[in-house]
Ligand binder design. Sequence first.
Ligand code: SR1
Ligand code: MG
Length: 401
Amino acid sequence: MAYHPLTEAEAVTYVKRLPNLFSEGAELSSKEIGDGNLNLVFQIQDAATGKSVIVKQALPFARVVGESMPLTLDRSRIESEALVFQHKFVPELVPQVYHHDDELALTVMEDVSDHVLLRKGLIGGNRYPQFPKQIGRFLAQTLFFTSDLGAHPFEKKAWVGKFINPELCKITEDLVFTDPYEDHPGNNFNPLIRNEVEAIWNNIPLKREIAHLKYGFLTRAEALLHGDLHTGSIFVTETSTKVIDPEFAYYGPLGFDIGALIANLLLNFAGQHGLQPDREERESFRNYLLDTVEAVWNEFVSQFVQLWHKQAKERSAHVEGFWQEYVNRLIQDSAGYAGCKMMRRVIGLSGVADLNSIADDHVRAEAERLALQIGQALVLERKTIVEATDITAIVRREAAK
Ligand code: SR1
Ligand code: MG
């Protein structure tokens, strides 16, 4: 079938033709539930059995901007291949892919909407005690086994080729590392923070550090990244985690995925200024978020280092002291990428609900200023960071100012 965006009814007809999903004659309902920046998402349900699937279809443009921002349909193939890939390493943490159609740029997959988006859950003040262990496992497994540490060198290079993703990388290169730091027409920030934003545009030492981080993103094909691991790409319950949406997947520096997650936890930390009016509740939730940042890093690193010692195939990995230096650099990269990802969500094209849902412009401006302060400090001070508590100490210091 030639590419066209499906209607809700066409999405039903499409899944009915697929073997082994629904029984013949099943009465299926269909609802387009996509609220992300880029794609159509249909939920197809059989009310009689309760079974449901998701049909995710790429549009030839970015939904959040419209047809003026054309976007490759090939991202659908990348996403489906990345999901299948990640599912092999951590089946319990990634939705199962049932079917992919290159021509229609769509993927039929497991419906995980019995979970809630982590961003929504955190905005609602909910806590997820199992999350650090589970996301730590996701990060450790997917990053280790796709890197030169855990993969055969021929295999790794073939994977680099398979996951070349130039157009979506270009979005990140522009929206995370370039546009927010200059007076770019795509930027979209609260006019009340113009002074702080202009100070960033004029801060050459900061921009130089961001240039180093961008250069790492451009050149360091270390592992297959998720590529957009924010809290809107993660579904959670109290006991389960599912990572979705790897359409930005490509071979890049490990710290970019870890940093994305830390940034989004800290954007919620900043947003608490407007999200939680009760001071004690706010402090308690902020402590929870910082504990989560520390636990995510600690879980990741302990699982990653264990894999390293037990399963690293690359002989140089076993040179004495190398793993410690690698991990030291990784936490510094992660902090730097977290800083960029915080600033882009305040200044750039695509914001986050943790801040944007704060109705009062002045209260929101306070939260946004804090996010910018933390972001800048993480970029500028990243080389002093050794442990996760060094990251959270920077955040506490900036919040206390
Ligand atoms: C135009 S796309 C904007 C953002 O949405 C995605 O989630 C990525 O973060 C991208 O930068
Ligand atoms: Mg996405």
